[in-house]
Every structure is written in structure tokens, then in C-alpha cells.
Ligand binder design. Structure first.
Ligand SMILES: Cc1ncc(C[n+]2csc(CCOP(=O)(O)OP(=O)(O)O)c2C)c(N)n1
Ligand SMILES: [Mg+2]
Length: 627
């Protein structure tokens, strides 16, 4: 068997250099260093897998955290039979499934989309936790680079795995001692990785990463050992292994061989004629589909909102108050909810989910103060079929974890719900560091992400429910402040809808979140002055209900937007984009004027920063004057 595995590893290397030469770009060094590890996993009997059934629940999972080594993974998958080997020659070309970094939406056998280093171990943690929830004894393997171990998120994940006793998880580090800028020891020494993983509570072992038999034995033993600790395998390797002029050369990290270099590489690897791949063109890429969010919204029948009665309206409640309870209700109905938090579960109310039932406690994960890992773990849980909600304050839940939300969640269109609380200036005395005013900008810019901004408690509960029922990523923006209730408990909310709360003729005010109550107050003030405004609650900021907004704008001839958020990139921008392309007209923006917040009470801040009803009144007068 050992000879056969050695031949397979060599075959993978032959494929790697050919695909990279054909692509004209990519990463040979770290692909070649990991070829023996992948051989042990896929061909040495370590991974339980079936190329004919890549989604079989009976499979072990493998996450290529060092996603730039995609050529090695693709070569392993193709040679194992997941797709035709000839397709390897389409790598990195327009129309190809084989993207420069692994894409789990496109390629059978690829478990997770990776490429932004430091995130794969978190995803693997989520997968391992998901298997445990499902009562499966399958294992999860992740392959990391040694330079990658400089990412703090790796150690967040290491702490999480040990804390949760994920003994079905095996992290393999491709310890080739090189990264882009040179030796890992010179760039920023990751040091004794064996000692570090051991200190984090892992079972750690060092192995020769080019001895396939030893790898099979060690990896198999890790998989079998369920002693309560996760497993780290530090595989000592040589970057560029197998191609003489690439070995131990940092310069060959991310450079494709030229034709004469390919010939030398193939000679080094003793490639026989039958292993040579012919150039192949991918199919033409599918034509771009129109991103028809607003079209979908316009198709929805106009419905009148159901309002709270006066008594209910007077009972103020925070939008966040219904979050945890709604998660419990959804789980009770059989939705496979998992909830995660980052040490704020009391404030966000996700703790209510954990406390509701012992089995929900098993489906709740406190990542500690580690938002990046929290989002990565949520992604892994989503990949194992769960509907994953993450809680934190908006500033940390979006800002600290933006790259994780972008590259791990949205890129793969995973069923992760980013539902933080304490957005905007209503956080009050905590001050500018905690007053998140750019989250809508960040979230609405992300492909696949939907953005819901509830105006009250009922709308927030509905938003959580819609998020759970909508496949893919959804952002729900909740606040800390208690606000009057606008809606009745039987109001039916929909994704992509805005609601006309007051009809009027002189100006349209489009508000969201806490600004809805300010807009309602402004309407009362203005009506006493003989000015009639139409108020729209833009519950769904993305997709935006541009049909409802434009219809109102055409009627009144001018628009004010109001948001407890920066005027850069949030609701105002979304409405301006919609109006500019369909019915250009005067528009004024109420919101934070491109600056940070300050400590103070919410009411004081709303007045100071011109985000209160008075500010809306003034903006309405300005915009009417411009008609
Ligand atoms: C978050 C992030 N930062 C930077 C990069 C760019 N990058 C790609 S590969 C690489 C070096 C990786 O070195 P290592 O983890 O040691 O991988 P290997 O040596 O196995 O190729 C860097 C910095 C990235 N992909 N992700
Ligand atoms: Mg390295």
C-alpha cells in the first residue's frame, strides 16, 4: 500500500504543476508540500468518503483552511473520482468550476469555501459541533498553513475546540516553515506549534509530512481517539516538495511555472506520457442573471399594516427583547436553530434560548470574546444543516467579523443569520466606540446578504422569524433602547417589503428602525403646521421595496430618509440609488453625518446629532422648498 500511496502523491504533484502552468497563476509551493497529507486522507483510508455521493451524511469532512492550496485539493478530488481529471486544466479560467480558491457551491467534494486565511479551523469546529448535535461519530479534518497560524482566529478556534471537547476534530498544520515574505521564523515566528496546541488543551503530535504511511497511521489514530480533546498534527514538510528548483523557495509560493519550468518539473517528478493532461477550455460562463430584488418586491400585493392599539403602543419595549424568545419558538416548531454568542448573551437575549431547555443548551455555543471564530463556527454549523444565529453588539458582530461574514458566510451563501443588538447611537453612554453606525453600509454591500431593520418589538420578532425561514445570510439590526410599539402582534411582515404607516401628500419620509417613531412624531408636528407627510417604514433595507417607495415619491414629489445610522451607505443611500434610477427627485438625508458618536443619553444624542423628530421636520421643510 505504501508504494501505491507514494505513487498517488507523485501523481497529484504531476497534476498540480500541470494545472498551474496551464492556469498561468496560482500557488505551487504550498500545494506540493501538502500532496502527501491529502494522499493519506483521500487514498490512505483515513477519510470515510464516497466520490459518487459527495453529500452523504456518512462522510468525514475535510476543510482546506489554506485555500490557496486548492490545486492540491482539486488534484486529490479529481483522482479520487469526484470529477473528471481533464477538468483540472480549467483551473482559474472564466466559466470554470475550479476557482482560484475552493468554492463549495461549485465543486463536488469541497466542503467549505476558503481563501481568507485563519477561518478554516473555525468552520471545522462548527462542522464538528454540528456532527455532535446530530449524534454522528464522523470526524472533521482541517489543513492549515503554518503562516496561517499567525491569524488570531486560529487560536480563538483552538480555544473553542478544546472548551467544547471536540475530539472528532483533527487540525493538520502544513509546517513548511515558509510563507509569502520568507521564513515564518523571520516574518513573525509561530514558534513551537506543537507546544502551543498542547497548551490550548489539544492532543498534539509531530509527524513527517512526507511519510505517507506515517501520516495514515497518525491521522487514523487521531480520528479513532475520542478522549475528549481535539487533535493537532504538526506535519513537518518542505514547501515545493518534489520539484527540485521549487523546494524551500519562498519565491515559488504564488507563481506558475513557465513552459520550460513545467518540463523540468515533470522530469523531476518522472511523469510518464499517460499522465500528461491536454489543455481544456471551460464551458462559457452562464449569462448574468438580473439581480431582481426590487422586481420581486413590486410583485407583492400592497397590504396595509396592522397597528398596535394605544395601550400596547404606550408599553415601550426594545427590539432585542423578543430575539431569544423567538429563537425558542422557532426551535419548538422544529426549525434546526443553533445560537451563538460572544459573551453578551444576557444583553442580546440569546441566553434565553440556551436556558429554555437542556437540548437547546446543547445547541447554544458561547464563543467567548471571539466574534471572528463565532461567525466561522456558525458557518460550519450552517454547513451541517443548522440555521445559525449569531449574537453580539452590532459594532463587534459586524465590524470585527466582517471578513468572516464576507468570505465564509456570504461567498458560500450559508444559512447564517447575523443578528446583533445595540446598533446605533441608542447604545448611549457607552460612547462612540460602541455606537455602530456603519453596519448597514457593510452588510448591504455584501452579495447574498439581506438586511432587515425592525422598528419595534413585533417587527423584530418577525425579522428573526423571516431570517430563519429565508435560506442564506440575513442581517437583522436590533437596538438597545426601549421604543413605543408601532405594530400589532398579528402584523404580517415580509422580506422585501416597506410599509406605508401614514398617508400624506407633501413629502415622503422613508425611515427604518428607531427613526420610525421619530418620523411619526415629526408627522404630528408637521400636520399642525399644515404639512402632510407620507411615512414609510423600510423594514427591509435589502431587498428594498423600491416599488412602494417610488410610488409614494412620485405622488409627493420629494423624499426624506431617516436612519439611526451613518448617511453614508445606509438606508439613505439605498433609497437614493432606487430613486436615481427610476424617478429622480429632491432628497434629504437624516442620519449620522459621517462622524463618530459620543457618550450621552439616547434622547440627548438624537437631538445633538440631528436625528430626532425636529431634524426630520427641518429636513422635510428643506426638501419641500427644493421641489
Ligand atoms: C487573511 C489573509 N491574509 C493574507 C492572505 C494572502 N496570502 C495567501 S497565502 C499567504 C501565505 C500563507 O502561508 P502559509 O500559511 O504558511 O501557507 P503555505 O506555506 O502552506 O502556502 C498569504 C499571506 C490571505 N489569503 N488571507
Ligand atoms: Mg507555510
Amino acid at each position: 500500500m505504501a508504494d501505491n500511496l507514494i505513487k498517488i502523491a507523485n501523481d497529484l504533484r504531476i497534476d498540480i504543476v500541470q494545472m498551474l502552468a496551464e492556469a498561468g497563476s496560482g500557488h505551487p509551493g504550498g500545494s506540493l508540500s501538502s500532496a502527501d497529507i491529502l494522499t493519506a486522507l483521500y487514498f490512505g483510508g483515513v477519510l470515510e468518503h464516497d466520490p459518487a455521493h459527495p453529500a452523504s451524511p456518512e462522510r468525514d469532512r475535510f476543510v482546506l483552511a489554506k485555500g490557496h492550496a486548492a490545486p492540491a485539493l482539486y488534484a486529490a478530488l479529481a483522482n479520487a473520482g469526484y470529477f473528471p481529471r481533464e477538468e483540472l486544466m480549467t483551473l482559474r479560467k472564466l466559466g470554470a468550476r475550479l476557482q482560484g480558491h475552493p468554492d463549495c457551491k461549485l465543486v463536488p467534494g469541497v466542503e467549505a469555501s476558503t481563501g481568507s486565511l485563519g477561518q478554516g479551523l473555525s468552520i471545522a469546529c462548527g462542522l464538528a459541533a454540528g456532527l455532535r448535535i446530530d449524534g454522528s461519530d464522523r470526524a472533521v479534518f482541517a489543513l492549515l498553513g503554518d503562516g496561517e497560524c499567525q491569524e488570531g482566529q486560529v487560536w480563538e478556534a483552538a480555544m473553542f475546540a478544546a472548551h467544547n471537547g471536540l475530539d472528532n476534530l483533527v487540525a493538520i498544520v502544513d509546517r513548511n516553515h515558509l510563507q509569502i515574505d520568507g521564513n515564518t521564523a523571520d516574518v513573525c515566528d509561530p514558534g513551537d506549534l506543537h507546544g502551543k496546541f498542547a497548551a490550548f488543551g489539544w492532543d498534539a503530535v509531530v509527524v513527517d509530512g512526507h511519510d505517507v504511511s506515517a501520516l495514515v497511521e497518525v491521522l487514523g489514530a487521531c480520528k479513532a481517539n475520542r478522549s475528549g480533546k481535539p487533535h493537532a498534527v504538526i506535519a513537518e514538510t518542505v514547501k515545493g516538495k518534489g520539484v527540485s528548483f521549487m523546494e524551500n523557495q519562498a519565491g515559488w509560493h504564488g507563481k506558475a511555472p513557465k513552459p520550460e519550468e513545467l518540463a523540468r518539473a515533470l522530469q523531476d517528478l518522472g511523469a510518464s506520457a499517460d499522465r500528461i493532461l491536454a489543455p481544456m477550455k471551460p464551458d462559457a460562463p452562464a449569462p448574468l442573471a438580473v439581480q431582481a430584488e426590487s422586481a420581486a418586491a413590486s410583485a407583492a400585493a400592497a397590504k396595509l399594516p396592522k397597528f398596535a392599539d394605544a395601550e400596547t403602543a404606550a408599553q415601550k419595549k426594545a427590539t432585542r427583547a423578543g430575539y431569544g424568545d423567538t429563537l425558542v419558538a422557532l426551535a419548538d416548531e422544529g426549525v434546526p436553530i443553533v445560537a451563538l454568542d460572544a459573551d453578551l448573551s444576557g444583553s442580546t437575549t440569546t441566553g434565553k434560548f440556551a436556558a429554555a431547555k437542556p437540548e437547546y443548551a446543547q445547541r447554544f455555543f458561547n464563543a467567548g470574546i471571539a466574534e471572528q471564530n463565532m461567525v466561522g463556527v456558525a458557518a460550519g454549523l450552517a454547513l451541517s444543516g443548522k440555521v445559525a444565529f449569531t449574537g453580539s453588539f452590532a459594532v463587534f458582530g459586524t465590524g470585527r467579523a466582517y471578513d468572516q461574514i464576507r468570505n465564509t458566510v456570504c461567498y458560500a451563501n450559508l444559512n447564517v443569520k447575523i443578528a446583533p443588538t445595540h446598533a446605533g447611537i441608542s447604545v448611549g453612554p457607552d460612547g462612540g466606540s460602541h455606537q455602530m453606525l456603519e453596519d448597514m453600509t457593510l452588510m448591504r454591500g455584501l452579495p447574498n446578504m439581506r438586511v432587515l431593520v425592525p422598528a419595534d418589538y413585533e417587527a423584530a420578532k418577525a425579522a428573526i422569524r423571516i431570517a430563519a425561514e429565508t435560506p442564506g445570510p440575513v442581517y437583522v439590526r436590533m437596538g438597545r433602547e426601549s421604543v413605543p410599539q408601532v405594530y400589532a402582534s398579528d402584523m404580517a411582515f415580509e422580506l422585501g417589503r416597506a410599509y406605508v404607516l401614514r398617508e400624506g401628500s407633501d413629502a415622503t419620509v422613508v425611515a427604518c428602525g428607531l427613526e420610525v417613531k421619530e418620523a411619526l412624531e415629526a408627522a404630528d408636528i408637521l400636520s399642525k403646521q399644515g404639512i402632510s407627510i407620507e411615512i414609510i417604514d423600510a423594514f427591509s433595507v435589502k431587498p428594498l421595496d423600491s416599488a412602494t417607495i417610488c410610488a409614494s415619491a412620485r405622488k409627493t414629489g420629494c423624499v426624506v430618509t431617516a436612519e439611526e445610522h451613518s448617511v453614508v451607505g445606509g438606508l439613505g443611500s439605498a433609497v437614493a440609488e432606487a430613486l436615481a434610477t427610476t424617478c429622480p427627485m429632491p432628497i434629504e438625508f437624516v442620519g449620522m453625518d459621517d462622524r463618530f458618536g459620543k457618550s450621552g443619553a439616547y434622547k440627548e444624542l438624537a437631538e445633538y446629532f440631528h436625528m430626532d423628530a425636529t431634524a426630520i421636520v427641518e429636513a422635510v421643510k428643506r426638501v419641500i422648498a427644493r421641489k
